[in-house]
Structures are given as C-alpha cells and as structure tokens.
Design a protein around this ligand. Structure first.
Ligand code: SDX
Length: 429
C-alpha cells in the first residue's frame, strides 16, 4: 500500500502521495496540489522543497555523507582521476579502461578554442574578474557551434558539446588568467593529463620549460573531484532551470558559472581568503570577528562557514583541511592564513551561536589555502570551483533532459496592489 499524507483545507481532507528515495528520504508529492485544492505551497529559497528526483549525488547533511553515483567521496578523492569522476557523473558508471581511454582521448582532442576568441579576451579590461570572462566565453561557444542551439539534435552531437565543454573550460580559464596578466597564452599539450595541462597553460611560458610538480597536480586532481557535484545547489539548479527552456547547453553552463560566482556560493572561497587577510591585517583578534559574525546588525558573515544541507560537518572540508596540511608540508611552505583559519574554526565551534545553528566549515573554508599553495591567484579560486563543478552541472542538465522534466516555472503568492484604474499624470498627487 503506497504511503500518503493527508491535509485538511477548508474542512476538506485531501490525500497526497508520499515518495521514498533509494536512501529512505521521503517527500510529499504536491504536483497535483493546486488542481485538487486551489492552494500552492510557499518555501522561500526552497529550503524544504525538492525540485526533482535525481540519481546522481546523494548527500546526508546530518551524517556528513557525500556520494557520487553511490561511490563515497572519500574513496574517489583518494583513488580516482578527475576525468574518471567526470565520466562517472555523466554516464552513471565508472569507465572501464577502453571507455576511459576513449573519453580521455576525446577530451584531449578538443582542448583548443577558435583563434577568433583571442579578440574577445583582448576586449576585456585587464582587471576583469575571470568569472565574468568565463561566463561570457562559455556562452559564446554556442555561436561557434551553432548546431548546439538545436534542442532536437542527436545525442552524438550533444555528447560532442559535453566533451567540448570539459575540454575547453580549462583552456579558456588559463587564457583569461594569461590575458589579465599580459602574458602570452600557452596552448594545450596533448601529452599531459587534464590537471597537468591546466597547470601548464596557467604557469608555463614560451621562454621556459615548465615542469608540473606532481604534488601540485595530484592536489588539484583531488580538489576538482571534491567540487565535481553537489546535487541541487544554487548553480546546478540554475543550469537545470535555464536548460529546461531548451536553451543550449553552453548557455545553461554559462548561467551556472554566473550563479556560482556569488560570495554566498562558489565565490566564498575567494571571500574566505579575503576575510582571513582582513583578520590578519586587523591584528588577528578572532573573537572580535566571531562576534561580528553573530551580530545581526553587522552584515559580516564568517565566510566558508555554514551550509544549507550539512549541519554537522561538510565531508569535503575535512578532506581539504588535511590536504592543505599535506600540500604545504610537501612543498615546504608556511601560510599564516591556515593557522588563522584553524584558530578561527576552533573559536567559532566553541561558540553556542555556531553550534546551535549547525554552522561548520564548508568546502570553501580551506580550499583557498591550497589554491594559494598551488600558486593560483585569489580571483581564480572560483574559476577552479567551476572547472571542478562542470561535470556535475552537465550530469544534472543531461538527467533533466533525459527525464523530460517540464520547463521550470514556479508559482507565487501576490502581495501587491489590488485592482485600480489608470489616473492621467496631471491628475496624480
Ligand atoms: C557552497 O548548496 C550547496 O551545496 C553549495 C556548495 C556546493 O558544493 O555547491 O556546498 C558550495 O556554496 C558552500 C557555501 C559557501 N558560502 C559561504 O561560506 C558563505 C557563508 N555562509 C552562508 O552565507 C550560509 O551559511 C549559506 C548561504 C551557506 C547557507 O545559508 P542558509 O542555508 O540560507 O542559512 P541561513 O542564511 O538561513 O542561516 C541560518 C542562520 C541565520 O541565523 P538566524 O536567522 O538563525 O539567527 O545561520 C546564520 C544566519 O544568520 N548564518 C551565519 C552564517 N551562515 C548562516 N551566521 C554567521 N556566519 C555565517 N557564515
């Protein structure tokens, strides 16, 4: 017997179906609520509302569980390559050797971008934020591949778009960095791995033979995996809703990049470093800043703290915190900001305000420390998040298209003026 929920409205009782997910999560299916009752539900920020069923990522906020297609993030971060994880998210299974070679070769063969895009880079102000460049560049790819604008194109063409995106995003990201620094761009090298190639395009110079440090390449691989998907977060939901109008995949991903840029979302990794530097330059009085974060009259928030879903700990933050220590140790580097970050975490987690609200370090709290150690400039941190999150966005978009989800169009409760007649301007007060 299927489970139901009963509600009583205006003296009438209604039954709504309850659905249960593969991990025991339960939802009341309200898809027929308005037709049955005339009522809608209201849930600002969708804190209690599921937008879809999905088989891609499972996370349990209370237990700090995160799995991609059933595989624990801890195992994937330790043992897999980023392209393996990208394949897993997009095609739902870990690739065998033949599949991984095919996927890797396809990505490798599409890392170049059209030379005409060089003119776009030159048109941006030299101090442009790379996220603004990247969202523009990714959307403009739809004009270089106009066939991608056809919502009814065969899957083989869609697959080519998917591979082009994964191949070209690092190239465009590195070109944005080089252009902003007035450096000559470095073209991709097909004999390098995905992360090695990105580091080569970022830090290589025509005049020198840049050797990728395996410590840095391995750390980057782990970071990209940890950022690869996170179910219906703000940017993934943005990609889904833009894609639900049958806008092309390049434009949907561009919208996801724009959403990720926000400091409450992926932009937090840049904001964390800026916050730690402010605290350091202010004399390092941690309690002062924790108190500011608690003060409702103060707009300051502890960046990198808190999460919509994780209310005990973000499993990614635990892995990244350890990786930050390892990377700094292996590179023989010392970053005063990591000490401030750890002390800040300790002070905050002894404070009832944070503990009561389930505010713990999230994925962004320590990631900037590693990016700094890898030589990535602060305004490129969210770009790194986007490179990692791209396969997740693609997987979410692909699942939405394959499920035939309808165009996203929420309802509202109107609270404005009631009906009134037009008054000519010379008769208005
Ligand atoms: C990411 O969704 C995802 O999965 C996102 C992400 C992903 O992988 O895609 O995990 C990546 O975006 C991580 C989050 C990065 N953002 C930050 O670190 C910015 C700082 N944190 C927040 O602004 C906040 O915690 C959010 C945005 C992350 C979550 O906000 P919610 O779920 O809407 O919670 P809320 O704003 O309603 O806060 C609940 C309470 C409030 O206080 P009260 O009204 O109960 O008194 O907690 C307080 C908030 O004021 N609060 C904070 C705080 N975060 C929440 N107070 C101080 N500092 C903070 N960081």
């Amino acid at each position: 017997m299927s489970e139901t929920a009963r509600i009583i409205l205006d003296g009438n009782e209604y039954e709504l179906p309850v659905i249960t997910g593969s991990e025991g999560e339960k939802a009341i299916d309200i898809s027929k609520l308005r037709g049955m009752t005339g009522y809608i539900t209201l849930d600002s920020g969708f804190k209690n509302t599921g937008s879809t069923k999905s088989a891609i990522t499972f996370l349990d906020g209370e237990k700090g569980i995160l799995r991609y297609r059933g595989y624990p993030i801890e195992q994937l971060a330790e043992k897999a390559s980023f392209l393996e994880v990208a394949y897993l998210l997009i095609y739902a299974e870990l690739p065998n050797k033949t599949q991984l070679d095919w996927f890797t070769d396809s990505i490798t063969m599409h890392t170049l971008v059209h030379e005409d895009m060089r003119r776009f880079f030159e048109a941006f102000p030299t101090d442009s934020h790379p996220m603004g460049i990247l969202s523009s560049m990714i959307s403009s790819l739809s004009t270089f591949y106009p066939e991608s604008q056809n919502p009814n194109r065969p899957f083989a063409d869609i697959e080519m778009t998917i591979h082009r995106l994964i191949a070209k995003l690092p190239t465009l990201a590195a070109q944005a960095y080089k252009n902003n620094n007035g450096h000559p761009i470095m073209y991709p090298k097909n004999d390098l791995s995905y992360t090695e190639n990105f580091l080569h395009m970022m830090f290589g110079l025509p005049s020198s033979n840049y050797e990728v440090d395996p410590v840095i390449s391995d750390a980057l691989n782990k970071l990209l995996i940890l950022h690869a998907d996170h179910e219906q977060n703000c940017s993934a939901s943005t990609v889904r809703i833009v894609g639900s109008s049958q806008a092309n995949l390049y434009s949907s991903i561009s919208a996801g990049i724009a959403a990720l840029w926000g400091p409450l979302h992926g932009g937090a990794n840049q904001a964390v470093i800026e916050m730690l530097e402010t605290i350091k330059n202010d004399g390092g009085d941690l309690q002062k800043w924790v108190d500011k974060a608690k003060d409702k009259t103060d707009s300051f928030r502890l960046m990198g703290f808190g999460h919509r879903v994780y209310k005990n700990f973000d499993p990614r933050a635990k892995i990244i915190k350890k990786a930050a220590d390892d990377v700094l140790d292996k590179l023989g580097m010392d970053d005063p900001l990591i000490d401030i970050a750890k002390q800040l975490e300790t002070v905050a987690l002894q404070d009832e305000y944070f503990v009561k609200r389930g505010l713990y370090p999230n994925v962004d709290f320590y990631s900037g420390i590693i990016y700094r150690a890898l030589g990535i400039p602060t305004d490129m941190f969210t770009v790194m998040f986007a490179i990692g999150r791209l396969p997740g966005w693609i997987a979410q978009w692909k699942e939405m298209m394959e499920n035939g989800d309808p165009i996203g169009r929420p309802r509202q409760i109107y609270t404005g003026a009631n009906n009134r007649d037009y008054v000519p301007v010379n008769e208005r007060k």
